[in-house]
Design a protein. Structure first.
Length: 444
């Protein structure tokens, strides 16, 4: 078995849109004056779904190029090569072993869109290889990895951006600015929700590993399990050995924006209610969940997740509401609306551009372009990242705590300095750090 050790504005009545027709990303604005050293060579690791949004965003940047794509599944690679030829006009070099990509000194930045158990270990190895990292949310599979990744970024000094792309939405940034300026008074509650209608994943059968799949490398740092026919390529999300459940898979986005709008970090306490209600199958997490995070100054955030069974009455598949003493703001990737306490709409700000606002797994559009552009500006010009890993890891930690509170079945008291759970040794033992396959535990 291969191992890691082998690789050392003011309020206005009416509606308006934030136009992107004149938007020039920082990286493109300097493309004609920067030297050759400012060209960014990129590698994409994990190319089935989100990677396509990454590639499309990178392709808008004239001074960046994808020189590698990497995946462990030959069928996914073949499909992706056709997609690249059609959408960006060329096919990057293909590797199945990401470590060979990290060995190439020509690679400046690595984009990670693998299953979640790979996110932090792979990001840390990329940092150790001298690469900047764009890692999809969640940035870690467990809280211990979360902390280790933050330490790794500090130690190795490269840029690390998490892929919660709404942080680069102009309308969201404007909403948060106006909230900070008091447009809805004193804010006290952030309400986040996600609604989908996922089907059963059934009961998996042990079958031979497809000849096109490197199952050992797919598992990587995870404890080894037999291959079953309901895991790859997507349903790993719902198995604890590789995934982190819906609170991470989608809740990360809206919980993060609530935290941004309320100006809070780690909570004082976390409570979760929910269960697995829809199907009798191999799904290992709850499929309906309500998490409440309590912070100082009487602020709190709730996340309602309906993975299997739509929230009714009908409302968009995902969104955020921020409550204040003088008004309310509803916020999504498509823009925000301002209401007074009587429910009268005062302002409607639309994001503009083309962005994915629904629940499809690929996403893509102007928010990804903005987020990748911000990442490149951080690399070239040392601009502040919109989702720097030190801050992004806090939102990720909130999601970990949501899973931990659900498993504990009680309100958890949190050490706000470390995120660790107080007075519950069992939940810390079961959730803080995972067991790793031999030779694959990440180390600094």
């Amino acid at each position: 078995m291969t191992s890691r050790r082998n690789f050392i504005k003011k309020t206005a009545t009416g509606s308006m849109a934030l136009s992107f027709s004149g938007l020039v990303l920082p990286s493109m604005a300097h493309a004609n004056i920067l030297g050759a050293n400012d060209h960014i060579n990129c590698a994409i690791i994990g190319v089935r779904s989100r990677a396509k949004a990454h590639i499309a965003a990178i392709h808008t940047n004239k001074n960046a190029k994808i020189i590698y794509t990497c995946d462990v599944d030959d069928n996914i690679i073949a499909e992706h090569n056709l997609w690249c030829k059609e959408n960006i006009g060329y096919v990057p070099k293909v590797e199945k072993d990401f470590r060979k990509v990290l060995e190439d000194k020509k690679v400046d930045a690595v984009f990670i869109a693998t299953p979640e158990h790979w996110h932090a270990p792979m990001a840390i190895m990329a940092l150790q290889a001298g690469k900047h990292v764009y890692v999809e949310k969640p940035c870690s599979h467990n809280p211990w990895e979360n902390d280790l990744l933050v330490e790794a970024q500090k130690k190795y000094g490269k840029k690390v951006q998490m892929g919660n792309q709404q942080r680069s939405a102009k309308s969201s940034a404007l909403a948060v600015k106006e909230i900070n300026e008091g447009i809805i008074g004193d804010v006290f509650k952030g309400e986040a929700y996600y609604s989908n209608n996922r089907g059963s994943i059934g009961v998996g059968n042990k079958v031979p590993v497809p000849s096109t799949l490197d199952w050992d490398m797919w598992q990587g740092p995870a404890v080894r399990e037999d291959y079953r026919d309901n895991i790859h390529p997507y349903n790993w999300h719902w198995f604890k050995n590789w995934g982190t459940g819906e609170v991470h898979n989608n809740g990360t986005h809206e919980i993060d924006i609530c935290r941004w709008a309320l100006g809070v970090d780690l909570p004082d306490s976390v409570t979760s209610f929910g269960g697995k209600y829809a199907y009798d199958d191999d799904w290992e997490f709850v499929d309906n969940q309500q998490v409440t995070y309590k912070f100082g100054d009487d602020k709190f955030i709730t996340w309602t997740g309906h993975s299997r069974g739509k929230i009714l009455p009908n409302q968009p598949g995902r969104g955020i509401t921020i409550y204040g003493s003088k008004g309310i703001i509803t916020l999504s990737r498509g823009g925000y609306k301002l209401y007074d306490l009587g429910g009268n709409q005062i302002k409607d700000i639309k994001e503009g551009g083309d962005q994915s606002t629904g629940t499809n797994t690929q996403g893509g559009g102007s928010l990804d372009v903005n987020h990748v552009g911000n990442f490149f500006a951080g690399i070239r010009e040392d601009k502040s990242l919109n989702s720097d890993i030190k801050d992004a890891s806090i939102s990720t930690m909130l999601c970990h705590l949501g899973n931990m509170a659900q498993d504990a079945g009680e309100t958890l008291k949190i050490d706000k300095a470390t995120g660790k759970v107080l007075n519950n040794e069992k939940v810390m033992k079961d959730w803080w750090k995972r067991e790793y396959a031999q030779g694959w535990e990440p180390k600094l």
